[in-house]
Design a protein around this ligand. Structure first.
Ligand SMILES: *Cc1c(COP(=O)(O)O)cnc(C)c1O
Length: 373
């Protein structure tokens, strides 16, 4: 007799609300019979990866009968040079989601609490629950991390704090002095992950994030700090899954113990290494996004729609009514954005900044859809 298989699962796992990814273009076109759909739903780079990264990925295909370099030497070497950190500080991940996962698995037990903000990235509660630990979700301040409230929420059983800077989906960011004060204030039994998935955008001056810090500058000073970065966003390699953690070697050693031996594949390693050689492509990507952000925000103003100022490659717009029906109407117009009701933001939609013509398609579609209701 088969038991109800779900009853065999770890209690935390049974309670997980699955991550809701952006709808793939093929699925929309199949289900809605639309063509030329645009996807502005997963914060991907609309220019795609560097041609150098693509060439390296293609060349690496010749070697895929062999296991990848389990230590990712070439990529770590290049990253070390690029970031000016010792290779021993680096942990490679199958996307930076892997790094977040390793942090939880290396440090968090069911007796622990994990602290993060309301409207924080959806992976944090999923990983916390998977570990059987308790999530302490701290109310946001103006849509962003309320550092004073986060600090007050930290207790004797708190083991991990997650802060995304900037945060996804809100795009809000923390300035250098306030975040450094927070790090200084943490008790010694707490590990902190600063998730910098959108670092490249936020640190690009035209995005306008004043006093935006580079958390790598703090790694040497704080033995309990892990900085997570990714090639999925500004580098346009989301499909290959590569990210990395930067921490002191003692922490990197622990993260590497829970890391599956060949977690980053050889094609991804080659592409990411080559991507670091194409600063021109990165700059073009950042420029495209900064201009696109202005285009979209100006469009919101024209339509009388409020938005949350963002320094990522995405922005949340307040549609002034339940947003899921607006999302669905946009799908019928062939435009995929992201509802964020599951982030406690029922009247907002998150839109990724795309190419100028994609942004224009989105603005025309939302004008039409909101005019109909
Ligand atoms: C996209 C994203 C990530 C990581 O994505 P990967 O593809 O796994 O590297 C991490 N944190 C935040 C806040 C993100 O938005």
């Amino acid at each position: 007799m088969a038991a109800d298989i779900a009853s065999l699962a770890a209690p935390g796992v049974r309670a997980i609300a699955p991550y809701q990814p952006g709808k793939p273009i093929e699925e929309l076109e199949r289900e809605y019979g639309v063509s030329r759909a645009v996807k502005l739903a997963s914060n991907e780079n609309p220019l795609g990866p560097s041609p150098k990264a693509l060439a390296a990925a293609r060349a690496a295909l010749d070697g895929i009968a062999l296991y990848p370099d389990g230590n990712g030497f070439m990529l770590k070497h290049k990253l070390g040079e690029n970031l000016n950190v010792p290779m021993e500080w680096l942990t490679l991940g199958n996307g930076s989601s892997d790094i977040l996962d390793f942090a939880v698995r290396a440090f968090v037990t069911p007796e622990n609490e994990v602290v993060f903000s309301e409207h924080a990235f959806a992976i944090y509660p999923i990983l916390t629950q998977a570990a059987g630990a308790r999530a302490v979700i701290v109310p946001a301040k103006r849509w962003g991390n309320d550092l004073a409230a986060l600090r007050r929420a930290i207790g004797p059983t708190t083991r991990l704090v997650f802060i995304a800077n900037p945060n996804n989906p809100t795009g809000t960011w923390l300035a250098r002095a306030e975040l450094e004060d927070f790090l200084e204030s943490l008790p010694a039994h707490v590990v902190i992950v600063i998730d910098e998935a959108y670092f490249e955008y936020a640190s690009y001056a035209p995005m306008g994030a004043r006093d935006y810090p580079n958390a790598l500058a703090w790694v040497g000073k704080f033995p309990n700090l892990i900085v997570a970065r990714t090639f999925s966003k500004a580098y346009g390699l989301a499909g290959l899954r590569v990210g990395y953690g930067v921490s002191q070697p003692a922490v990197a050693d622990l993260l590497n113990r829970v890391r599956p031996p060949f977690n980053v594949n050889s094609v991804a390693l080659a592409a990411a290494t080559a991507a670091l050689d194409d600063e021109a492509h990165l700059n073009k990507s950042l420029e495209t996004t900064a201009k696109g952000m202005h285009q979209i925000v100006a469009g919101f103003a024209d339509l009388g729609l409020g938005h949350i100022p963002s320094v990522g490659n995405f922005v949340c717009v307040d549609v002034g009514r339940p947003a899921v029906p607006v999302y669905e109407a946009l799908l019928r117009e062939g435009v995929i954005v992201r509802p964020v009701a599951n982030y406690g933001m029922p009247n907002h939609l998150r839109v990724t900044v795309g190419l100028p013509e994609e942004n224009a398609r989105f603005l025309a579609a939302i004008e039409k859809v909101l005019g109909q209701a």
